[in-house]
Design a protein around this ligand. Sequence first.
Ligand code: F6R
Ligand code: MG
Ligand code: MG
Length: 374
Amino acid sequence: MYVGKKITVSVIKADVGGWPGHHKVHPALMERAKELLSMAKEKGTLIDFYVTYCGDDLQLIMTHTKGVDSEEIHGLAWDTFKEATEVAKELGLYGAGQDLLKDAFSGNIRGMGPGIAEMEITLRKSEPIVTFHMDKTEPGAFNLPIFRMFGDPFNTAGLVIDPHMHMGFRFEVWDIKEHKKVILNSPEELYDILALIGAKSRYVIKHVFPKEGHRISKDEPVAVISTEKLYEIAGEYVGKDDPVAIVRAQSGLPALGEVLEPFAFPHLVSGWMRGSHNGPIIPVPLKYATPSRFDGPPRVVALGWQINRDGKLIGPVDLFDDVAFDDARRKALEIADYMRRHGPFEPHRLPMEEMEYTTLPGILKRLADRFEQL
Ligand code: F6R
Ligand code: MG
Ligand code: MG
């Protein structure tokens, strides 16, 4: 009954306590979240929902008709994280309430700590989507794979072969330092896009839109990524952003396999150990979304869904639970070893500018009067 009508998919996540340390979410937190979201579903606030985890991040996946930035939905997510925090406190979990950086909810959860990816879409007759969940990394970690899905013909054969995709897509890129955004056309402005998003700590892809003439209206997103940077909100290092994304697939969009293909290459991302190290991102099934070694290496989970005509989430399918990603995992572990051998040296450790919000400036300050002019 929602086919051809607007429906919103919201993925909102927060680290409200780890078990043990920053390892994973305790099942009791997920249970509490399920209770609260069930009540919201009974009340009609939500159409459907699913609660899961990636590492120490509690993940709420929801469908509803309230649009993006809805006070009701954001308030529900905030209350759910607050309640889960109470459970985390009772269990003595680590960093209870860590990502809830503000005391009181004031209408919108943005800028309060949790990460948000939401899109309002006109539901297609068949609507396959993938939600991606990362742990121990930052929003820019999505730049490379999202670019490859929607912009790289060596990844996405559809850009060459499918007449509905041949015109390319539009990328909305945010400058998260200057708080500005720009929309760039692919393939016409391919090199400009790459010039920006290659600098992934500053320029991040927020949305991908179709172009004029696509079956989907040019103003309706086909991909959205959470871009919240915790240190920008808190002014200091309080944990990693651990981004999420939603990607629509098929019928003039990248096929499911084209959406997943970029993760066969375990690219280097930042955020490993104390948010201060580069390392490979491993595509894993949920059962391995449990960063352990050196608090990592960073993980990515892909959950596949069909949204049915009633707006129900039919899934999840744990998409990286496939031997086809074994080689990527093996390669990632090899790269992890190689990177670890650098210890405190760059490029394993992040460059100075990106360490700005860690304790490193404190060390420099302490040594300031021992430095002599050359
Ligand atoms: C947390 C993370 C971890 C922590 C590290 C130190 O998401 O990435 O690597 O930064 O475990 O944590 P604290 O300072 O809480 O002991
Ligand atoms: Mg944590
Ligand atoms: Mg985390």
